[in-house]
Design a protein around this ligand. Structure first.
Ligand SMILES: [Ca+2]
Length: 507
């Protein structure tokens, strides 16, 4: 072989190598265009925050996220309780299809082959990490453990515990001595931010984002689940200062308000709440607000970290909560009602390349987040979805989409023969709620005239006007159609208590 032939062959090899490496780098470039996801979720946060129009509560960081994204004015959880809501949201299915209607259970016990939201991202090469509470946790006892987590959902899990869990429990005031998770309880901590669990979560998020920025060969799905303002409302004392006790809004006239409400609607009330005087109510509201502002400050640290690491331009950011929260409305506190205060959640999505400060008002659900994020990030999913993609609303906030949201709850969940199922549908104008198919009560509220849901248009046995009757009929049909879509042919999947760590070698 002549040297000319040699050099031609070398040239050919070099050209082939270059072509191969070019197509590789093009391929990487294409992959790296898949956006990252930063999924921020608060626990038990209602819409009493600045960008939702609350005049008192200070949430400058959530507000600035809203200013650069789309705020969903009418977003609803599918079940106003941690475990069922989070399983529904992270599976993209209604609770009747996940079979999870109680806390301390996970969908791997009912529908083990379902890919959770972050699991779907993992299967397409994303790095998925969890910091804090995404699935159900027994708060505060499980803080510092993985709680009722799904290991297949994450490549990395970080579950820190701060002074609120490790040191301060003996100092926390509670309506029921020694009970902090399900009972109204609060404490203005003398310790600084950085010792508290939620601040440690933000610090860990900074560490993970630093790693993602330095080693950016794969897009990431980072989920950060804050524990506040879930009870116990523990926050550093300085966050209590902006909230003067005398200014805390105590609800009056709840007894009159609920006279037209069927009894199952009020069954979330807890006995110890009879102990709440007006003064204790003010303290509870103050501590809830303080915890909200403290959590907001931690959201700010994570958003700052995203900016500092140069990741904001290619990251879609979601901020939400697992359900809303009563602070005395209807005589109720906490969650598990189907009224607006408990079913409604804050939801903000800031997508790269989208203009900010938009407000979408058509009703949407947390069940929509799975199809939205997979759609936006081009993550292929070949599975049934009960939600809709909200991507069109990120472009045009006036887009109506499906136009309604469904929530449900289970009463007497521990007494099988006394169970009552409640379902509610929220349209842009109305909320219709049926208890045991209406046999145990019906409610209809007209939000155009009654945003606080104080007049049940279906109360009493008297004749209804033609319009009310027609709205009731139309919404009942819509609700039934959606319930039918959610319920598997052979009923809710049964919970089989088992070890839910699935075989990751054959996912
Ligand atoms: Ca919760």
């Amino acid at each position: 072989m002549s040297s000319a032939q040699h050099s031609r062959i070398y040239c050919l090899i070099i050209v082939l190598l270059c072509t191969a490496s070019l197509s590789n780098s093009q391929c990487f470039a294409e992959e790296s265009r898949q956006p990252n996801v930063l999924f921020l979720i608060s626990d038990d946060l209602n819409t009493r925050i600045g960008c939702y129009g609350d005049p008192n509560v200070k949430t400058p960081n959530i507000d600035r996220l809203a200013a650069r994204g789309t705020r969903f004015e009418n977003a609803y959880c599918q079940f106003p309780l941690c475990g069922p809501s989070r399983n529904s949201m992270l599976c993209g299915l209604y609770p009747d299809a996940t079979g999870i209607l109680r806390n301390a259970q996970i969908f791997r016990e009912t529908i083990p082959t379902r890919q959770s939201l972050s699991h779907a991202f993992r299967m397409q090469g994303y790095f998925a990490a969890r910091i804090g509470k995404l699935y159900h946790y027994n708060v505060p006892r499980s803080v510092g453990t993985n709680g009722h987590d799904d290991p297949a959902s994450w490549e990395l899990e970080i579950s820190p515990a701060g002074c609120d869990r490790l040191i301060e429990e003996p100092d926390i005031f509670s309506l029921k001595k020694g009970s902090f998770g399900g009972t109204l309880s609060w404490y203005a901590s003398p310790r600084p931010d950085e010792l508290h669990t939620d601040a440690i979560l933000a610090e860990e998020a900074d560490w993970v984002l630093d790693r993602c920025a330095k080693k950016n060969d794969r897009p990431f799905f980072l989920a950060v689940g804050f524990f506040r303002p879930h009870t116990p409302y523990v926050a550093p004392a300085k966050y209590f200062e902006p909230y003067d006790l005398k200014d805390m809004p105590v609800i009056e006239g709840a007894d009159v308000d609920v006279r037209d409400v069927p009894p199952p609607a009020l069954l979330s009330r807890k006995k110890e709440q009879d102990l709440l005087t007006d003064d204790l109510s003010r303290q509870a509201i103050q501590a809830y607000y303080a915890s909200t502002t403290f959590m907001d400050a931690q959201v700010g640290k994570v958003l700052d970290s995203l900016d500092r690491h140069g990741l904001a331009d290619n990251t879609i950011v979601v901020f939400t909560s697992d359900h809303g929260y009563h602070l005395g409305e209807k005589g109720l506190w906490q969650k598990q009602s189907l009224f607006e205060q408990s079913a409604r959640v804050p939801l903000i999505i800031a997508a790269p390349g989208s203009s900010g400060g938009k407000v979408a008002s058509s009703p949407v659900g947390l069940v929509d987040l799975y199809p939205t994020l997979t759609d936006f990030c081009n993550v292929e999913v070949d599975a049934e979805m009960h939600g809709q993609s909200l991507v069109p609303m990120l472009d045009d906030a006036s887009y109506q989409g499906r136009g309604y949201a469904i929530s449900q709850v289970l009463r007497n969940a521990r007494k099988k023969d006394k169970e009552i199922n409640g379902y509610t549908i929220r349209t842009p104008r109305y909320r219709l709620t049926l208890w045991d198919e209406g046999k145990k009560g019906r409610e209809l509220y007209d939000h155009d005239h009654d945003p606080l849901e104080q007049t049940n248009l279906l109360y009493g046995d008297g004749a209804k006007d033609a319009n009310t009757a027609s709205v009731e009929r139309e919404l009942t049909n819509l609700l039934h159609a959606e319930m039918k879509k959610a319920m598997p042919a052979d009923g809710r999947p049964e919970v089989k208590n088992q070890n839910w760590v699935i075989d990751l070698t054959n996912p």
